[in-house]
Write a protein that binds this ligand. Structure first.
Ligand code: FE2
Length: 289
């Protein structure tokens, strides 16, 4: 089996790891979860991080043919449209993104948002297979963090999005609308049923107590032996109790509101107003007196 060439790009402001995955035979490549640089306070967006990925691909003579999102992220804006514009790549995500669009359309009163997933170029069903050049990709629907999460299994590697984090940190939160801790546990067990040596590439790292460097690669075996949340022997009920208690104490991600409204539209902002400026929507809720 041909193994993919993998290059990670870690974005410290959002703790996100994006990946460039290449097929050595055809030099075709996919970008997974690219980050748009966005400063919420000033409203300034730029594409430095995505440019770094595109430049790396060009230097290696890899042709980026697709952008794969693991889910609609709540902590960073996607740079998928920039990569598409630069390279002609198509953009794919799990088919359950439609459910996420239906959940958030009324939250943001985005009356012009299509909820059929058609802002994306491809929607993946569970078990679907496609190719990056001569590499086969298998899509695994792994809901729980959101209803639409997918993992991409390519050779001996799996890109697991927000399901598992490093073994010393644990797992993703499951308290966003449509999220569910019990569902997340079942998705994680499905990932941990892959062969022990399967390399798992994560979407985020936040370091962990006692660790001062960022890491984004682990294995199924490592997780089963030493994940603080889901090592072998942790039951579904134990996990759910732990996850729900932990989620109750977590704060709202800094970029949640801009990220969701942009990412459910495949990374596109709303169209510009008559003055040529694009705006984001912030629903205002008054705290009960
Ligand atoms: Fe996420």
């Amino acid at each position: 089996m041909t193994q993919p060439l993998i290059e990670a790009f870690f974005d410290e402001p959002t703790n996100t790891s994006s990946y460039l995955v290449g097929d050595p035979a055809t030099r075709t490549a996919a970008v997974i979860d690219p980050v748009l640089d966005f400063d919420m306070a000033s409203g300034v967006a730029d594409t430095r991080s995505a440019e770094r990925i595109v430049a790396f691909a060009r230097a290696q003579d890899w042709r980026i043919a697709m952008v794969l999102e693991t889910h609609a992220h709540a902590d960073h804006l996607s740079a998928a449209p920039f990569i598409k514009a630069q390279t002609g790549a198509w953009i794919g995500i799990g088919a359950h993104i439609r459910d996420v669009q239906k959940i958030f359309r009324p939250v943001f009163a985005m009356d012009n948002l299509k909820t059929d997933g058609s802002d994306f170029d491809r929607l993946f069903e569970d078990g679907e297979r496609f190719a990056i050049g001569a590499l086969e990709v298998e899509v695994l629907h792994v809901p729980g963090h959101t209803p639409a999460d997918v993992a991409y299994r390519i050779g001996d590697a799996a890109f697991v999005g927000d399901t598992l984090f490093m073994p010393d940190y644990g797992t993703a939160r499951a308290d966003f609308p449509g999220g569910d801790a019990r569902t997340l546990y079942r998705s994680i067990r499905r990932l941990l049923a892959l062969p022990d040596a399967t390399r798992l590439f994560l979407c985020h790292d936040y370091k962990a107590p006692g660790r001062d460097d960022y890491r984004w690669e682990t294995t199924v075996g490592d997780q089963r032996r030493s994940s603080v949340h889901v090592h072998d022997g942790v039951t579904e009920d134990t996990f759910v109790t732990m996850r729900e208690r932990r989620d109750a104490g977590l704060s709202v991600p800094r970029l949640l509101l801009p990220s969701i409204q942009v990412n459910i539209r495949a990374g596109h902002f709303d169209k510009a107003e008559a003055n040529g400026v694009t705006y984001l929507r912030i629903p205002v809720k008054w705290k009960a007196a």
